[in-house]
Ligand binder design. Structure first.
Ligand SMILES: [Zn+2]
Length: 249
């Protein structure tokens, strides 16, 4: 099993990372995509991969972190991308829900991430909230077709558009408590589907209110398998192939 989007770099894991990793391994998790959200956590993601080769680093500046200095900081992200452990660029994208940063600044930063991903032949980890149309139109105008829309919660029609652009759709624990997510996932082609925790955020139903962690992805897997009327091990095998194809490990 692979957790395709998680933030083990978050300070919430500083105290007990070893135990979190042990529980992940005990649950059968073989790889975790560990995403940075600013230069410091991106650097940390690479350092963690040196110690634990199954933690795959992704590097970028989250749209909620977009600020005046972000364009300059992208230089640091570009330098970090030289490390061949890096499997993806992001977390990047647009967030008009929280709107912490001016939209134009977010768009510019998103385009810089796409340019870097193109240069390094890497997928982009995309965060989009209340911003799907702009996100899709930027990807279209940049003519970039490799990556994943993480923590997806949109409609089937929107998912269709995203997949037509060449992107994967990833579900977090939301799948365990959202009827819309369940109804959508049932209609998606299995070869474009991924699962993630987005830990430490968004714990699945059975763990709601707790800090999320990679081992909790098993609940989401079982839930998805149930919705899709498949055996969990069969779904897991397909998801693993998808993740390997996208992240080329
Ligand atoms: Zn995230």
């Amino acid at each position: 099993m692979v957790d395709t989007h998680c933030h083990l770099v978050d300070p919430q894991f500083n105290k007990d990372l070893d135990r979190v990793l042990k529980r992940a391994q005990a649950s059968g998790i073989k790889k975790i995509v560990n995403a940075g959200y600013d230069p410091e956590t991106s650097r940390k993601a690479i350092a963690m991969a040196r110690e634990h080769d199954w933690l795959l680093p992704a590097i970028g500046i989250h749209p909620n972190e977009a600020a005046d200095q972000s364009i300059e900081e992208m230089g640091m992200i570009e330098a970090l991308a030289d490390d061949d452990k890096v499997v993806a660029i992001g977390e990047t994208g647009l967030d008009y829900y929280r709107d912490f940063s001016p939209r134009e600044a977010q768009k510019q930063l998103f385009r810089l991430h796409i340019a870097l991903a193109r240069e390094r032949h890497l997928p982009v980890l995309i965060h989009t909230r209340n911003s799907l149309d702009d996100t899709v139109s930027i990807l279209e105008s940049e003519d970039y077709h490799c990556g994943v829309f993480h923590c997806y919660s949109g409609s089937y029609e929107q998912a269709r558009k995203i997949m037509d652009l060449g992107y994967y759709i990833s579900y977090a624990g939301v799948l365990t408590f959202s009827r819309r997510a369940r109804e959508t996932v049932r209609r998606l082609p299995l070869d474009r589907l991924l699962l993630e925790t987005d830990a430490p955020f968004l714990a699945p139903q059975g763990q709601r209110g707790k800090r999320n962690e990679p081992s909790f992805i098993i609940e989401t897997l079982h839930h998805a398998a149930n919705v899709l009327d498949m055996r969990p091990e069969d779904l897991e095998a397909i998801l693993d192939v998808n993740a390997q194809r996208l992240f080329s490990y």
